[in-house]
Write a protein of this length. Structure first.
Lengths: 340, 340
């Protein structure tokens, strides 16, 4: 197995890129080397999160977006696009691989599009961490737009979407009540709302309902603040990037789209560009970058602290304390003092 | 504000219980005291996870299960039941509270049922951690059955379900292709499968499809192993509790149910009891408990390590390094060595 050459990745070698991504998934020491080598080239890509309930038609929309973006630059060099499909299924399903194959058929032959699916590997938080690392590597590899597609029904998925510069939330018309509750949680992270399957009779109603929910939310309760002390110094204000979005200057559009026919996609591509312009013309692009980098650093620190502790751990003592917990002789909270 | 009395919680004081749960959510020092005080009484409750896609009818099913469990003990004292509805929505929506109110109407007047919704508060992993702490407190408070209801479409939610002794996965008939992929990820954690809305024509087909998927999965790829070194010593085998479930001895039943009419619920209640009997008659009950307690301990250790590090941190240095990362002068990975 030859070492992966970061220069090859910069020069568009897809095999090297794929191997590097796999190295990140496997958390090898080589992955650290490549990430560090490509890091200076990062910071240019536009990260676009696309999230929505199962059945809302995310994959179709993402494919159409990618196709349209590749075509719509009149005379200009079309952007290089990477698609990261974050799949909450396990290796058991083969779902991620199957998804890849279906997509490949649709976007085959376009060398300006790179597609990778990520299946989660059990560890809570690991998915978000890997997604951030993948996005950073693709950024460093020279992709102009990185579309991160997640199922927007879980906390982990929402957190992943939050890493993006621009978040598109997609809904299908007339889904169940259960969806309503989820929608609310996702709405607040939306920069652009899409109602897909606009040919269905309930589409207009859904769009109206979303509009009402968006208006209710505006100026509403604040988001939980993470990475407090960073944001304080970087942006000199005690708010997350997402809250900042809700400032006057960006009105979340609600678009009716029929992804499968490609109708409404042009408008959406335009919205995405406008949102990038908006971010860049304010200080938001930079503060989002800073937020993302701090989250990344935080995750690395946590991992490292835990592994340092594990290395210095007296395994016998740990097992003894754990057994006492299991026998209810000691609570986990009490055990902490003994172990740390 | 008077202190919360753990004895009052043991004696069934609901206000004290509610306050203690809120204290856990707010991560106060009082919550630690109460958790430690009630810990010796834990280990008796049967944790039942109910998870399924949005729109599958989870809440209705959970309500029916609770009602039926309360009625069906012929002459025996009916079990005390707690319902934890884990809601991936944010405080923004008020969704959790609304859900509570709707449920309250249905189950009102039964003092043997306690209901609490949990909204996630932004921190990745925080939801799973709080759910475990809630379940432990309710266990210590004397509830016999704790039903944990999650939307089964995200990694965090799957992890939460995995904490339960018995996992019920619920599906509605004929949902989209997108669901199929998710189903596969969730199937492997199912101890009991339910196809709800059995009156719909596609119900039988869905049940058949699930059966095929279950059979494909049996003996299939292994689950990611977490908490390795614990399980090695506790259960003396290198597998997670869930893998152990797939051993001969438990065949995951697939039940057709119409929750809204209450049909099929008796069978399901019976399945839940049989699964408990199965766990207790093998060593699985104990190994699941051990797994859960270790996850709990791990989370506490991670938190503590991070907060210890933060206390000893040179804030100025941290900010300087962070700024170097943002300016791409240093990669996050390189920064680690400087900060730790």
């Amino acid at each position: 197995m030859t070492l992966i050459d970061p220069k090859a990745i910069r020069n568009g070698d897809r095999l090297a890129l794929s191997r590097a991504l796999t190295a990140i998934e496997n958390n090898t020491s080589e992955s650290k080397r490549i990430q560090a080598a490509l890091f200076p080239y990062t910071g240019n890509a536009h990260l676009v999160g696309v999230t929505g309930s199962p059945g809302s038609g995310k994959s179709t929309l993402v494919n159409q977006l990618a196709k349209t973006m590749r075509q719509s630059d009149h005379g200009e060099k079309p952007p290089k696009i990477a698609i990261l499909a974050v799949d909450p299924t396990s290796p058991f399903s083969g779902g991620a691989l199957l998804g890849d194959r279906i997509r490949m058929q649709d976007l085959a032959g376009d060398k300006g599009i790179f597609i990778r699916s990520m299946a989660s590997h059990g560890a809570l938080g690991g998915l978000a961490h890997n997604t951030a690392a993948f996005a950073s590597l693709l950024d460093g590899a020279g992709f102009d737009v990185i579309i991160i597609e997640t199922v927007g029904a879980g906390q982990a998925e929402v957190d992943i979407a939050r890493l993006a510069h621009t978040v598109i939330v997609i809904e299908a018309p007339g889904m169940g009540d259960d969806i309503q509750a989820i929608k609310a949680g996702i709405l607040e992270i939306a920069d652009i709302m899409v109602v897909n399957k606009a040919d269905r009779p309930e589409a207009e109603n859904t769009a109206r309902a979303l509009k009402v929910m968006l208006e209710m939310g505006r100026g509403g309760e604040s988001m939980p603040v993470t990475g407090k002390h960073l944001m304080r110094s970087i942006a000199d204000k005690d708010e997350t990037p997402k809250q900042a979005d809700k400032k006057p200057g960006w009105e979340t559009p609600i678009r009716l789209v029929t992804a499968i026919e490609g109708s409404g996609i042009d408008t959406l591509v335009n919205d995405i560009r406008q949102h990038r312009d908006y971010l860049e013309s304010s200080d938001l692009w930079q503060s989002k970058e800073a937020y993302r980098l701090e989250k990344d650093l935080e995750a690395l620190i946590k991992d490292k602290l835990l592994s340092q502790w594990q290395e210095s751990l007296d395994e016998e003592k740990y097992q003894k304390v754990l057994m006492e917990i299991i026998q209810r002789k000691r609570s986990p909270i009490e055990a902490l003092d003994l172990l740390l």
